[in-house]
Design a binder for this molecule. Structure first.
Ligand code: ZN
Length: 464
């Protein structure tokens, strides 16, 4: 039974990959000119809007929001005007724009048209065209249905199609049903993590919207370039949710002549400048967000790992871990952490200083059906560097993991513990369409003490 659906999935994935290949880079040509096509999706538009609403309701309780009516009116007017020019728009989409009260430069979109723009992003924009570019890019994620496309892909890889049909047909909270299937949504989840090809498509749609709305269509890619260079610390989350597509500026520059003749572009407005002034006059954003439960309550290193190991059954793998560690699961990663192994950082929230983190990474070249282990590992390292520029490879070697080819990469970086260096041992191997990765983390002075535990854990790892 299970063998049967798996084969079916594989065939389905192969044909989806082929379809994607034919559609890339998201543009198709017809008599009417440019066309944009969303990828494969298991959700209908009503379900998509419901999923967006459920998560927006949750996120509104978790994130500090700007409530100033003048700011909200401006952002919603601008956002809805932009959305009215978006391709593949749907009358069910709600197009609600909120301003997160954070000085980090970030923006994200939930399915169905719930878009959050950070106060820091509005203040970093040099003119209206740039913030319109960010919002048009987010609208691109909405109309190309990237959030539910990502969930659909994850479900396809994880759950039998028979179950899927049943679950998505039921009434009640979709978020809760997906959580039961092991897909936790919300902030920092698969819902907000976009692939590079999704980013390219959001860029294409965003550029198209800017052009149609009369803004300088270069403004979006320019803004992303500027903030990436000028504000590396304030954009960590942005570039982890929106990985940088290759040749972004070149791709956008190539698209613009296809959109139509050059116009007298609009770049700024008095309303934008007034909104910036208004934001600057509001009280400063709150400093930090509350951390997850395994955070260090007090100072001092965690207790040494217990030699008694217990089994953790994950999705597609199992591993033994010390019985005095805790499990922290998120949508796309499992962290096995000693008590006190997670520390709060002023700049970027919480970070793991000790323990193990296991995740699956989808290399962008998957669609081509043939990525090499080394290349995929390199792409993972590149992605990690987006949020951790100091990450440095000390050595890399091949090994066998249960008879499969694997790569071991020893890394050095700054520990989230102030003034300390960190050692990371990253092991990667192929698991279906994904790169399975397990990373063992400890501050450099403690790494040797943790090494026997890490070795025992790696020995116990079983992959399906
Ligand atoms: Zn994006």
């Amino acid at each position: 039974m299970s063998g049967c659906w798996r084969r079916l999935c594989k065939r389905f994935i192969a044909s989806t990959a082929l379809a994607l290949l034919l559609l890339l880079p998201g543009l198709a040509w017809g008599a009417e000119g440019l066309k944009f096509k969303p990828g494969f999706n298991l959700f209908n538009v009503q379900q998509e809007v419901q999923l967006g609403k459920e998560n927006a309701d949750q996120i509104d309780k978790q994130l500090p929001l700007v409530t100033d009516p003048q700011v909200l009116r401006y952002i919603n007017d601008l956002g809805r005007r932009l959305a009215s020019f978006s391709p593949n728009n749907n009358s069910e989409y709600v197009w609600t724009f909120k301003v997160t009260n954070s000085s980090d430069i970030n923006a994200f979109a939930l399915p169905g048209g719930y878009i959050y723009v950070n106060r820091g992003a509005i203040l970093a924009a040099e003119n209206e065209a740039q913030i319109a570019g960010v919002m048009a890019h987010e609208s691109g994620h909405v109309v190309m249905r990237h959030g539910t496309h990502g969930i659909s892909q994850a479900l396809l890889a994880q759950a039998p199609l028979e179950i899927l049909g049943g679950i998505l047909g039921q009434t009640g909270s979709l978020t809760a049903q997906l959580a039961e299937m092991g897909l936790a949504l919300g902030l920092n989840s698969i819902l907000l993590k976009n692939s590079r090809s999704a980013e390219s498509q959001a860029d294409e749609v965003g550029t198209y919207i800017l052009y149609q709305a009369g803004y300088d269509p270069h403004a979006m890619a320019q803004f992303f370039e500027i903030i990436e260079k000028e504000y590396p610390q304030k954009t960590i989350q942005f570039f982890s949710d929106h990985p940088v597509p290759e040749n972004r500026v070149k791709a956008v520059d190539g698209e613009i002549p296809l959109l139509g003749p050059a116009k007298q572009w609009k770049t700024d407005s008095p309303e934008f400048e007034a909104t910036k002034g208004r934001l600057l006059s509001l009280p400063a954003p709150p400093a930090a967000t509350p951390g997850p439960p395994a955070s260090a309550g007090s100072s001092g290193p965690p207790p040494l790992p217990s030699s008694r190991l217990i089994k953790f059954e994950g999705r597609g793998f199992s591993i033994d871990y010390p019985d005095n560690w805790r499990v922290q699961q998120s949508e796309d990663a499992v962290a096995l952490v000693p008590v006190g192994g997670i520390v709060e950082e002023a700049e970027s929230g919480s970070a793991q200083a000790y323990g193990t983190s296991i995740s699956r990474f989808q290399p962008s070249s998957t669609k081509l059906g043939n990525w090499g282990l080394i290349d995929a590992t390199q792409e993972l390292l590149d992605t990690m560097r987006l949020s951790n520029a100091k990450l440095r490879v000390i050595k890399q070697a091949g090994l066998k993991l249960q008879g499969r080819p694997a790569v071991s990469t020893l890394l050095e970086t700054d520990s989230p513990l102030q003034g300390q260096k960190e050692r990371d041992l990253l092991i990667t191997t192929r698991q279906g369409e994904f790169l399975f990765s397990i990373i063992f983390i400890a501050p450099e002075p403690s790494f040797d003490a943790y090494k026997p535990t890490f070795d025992a854990m790696l020995q116990s790892l079983e992959l399906q």
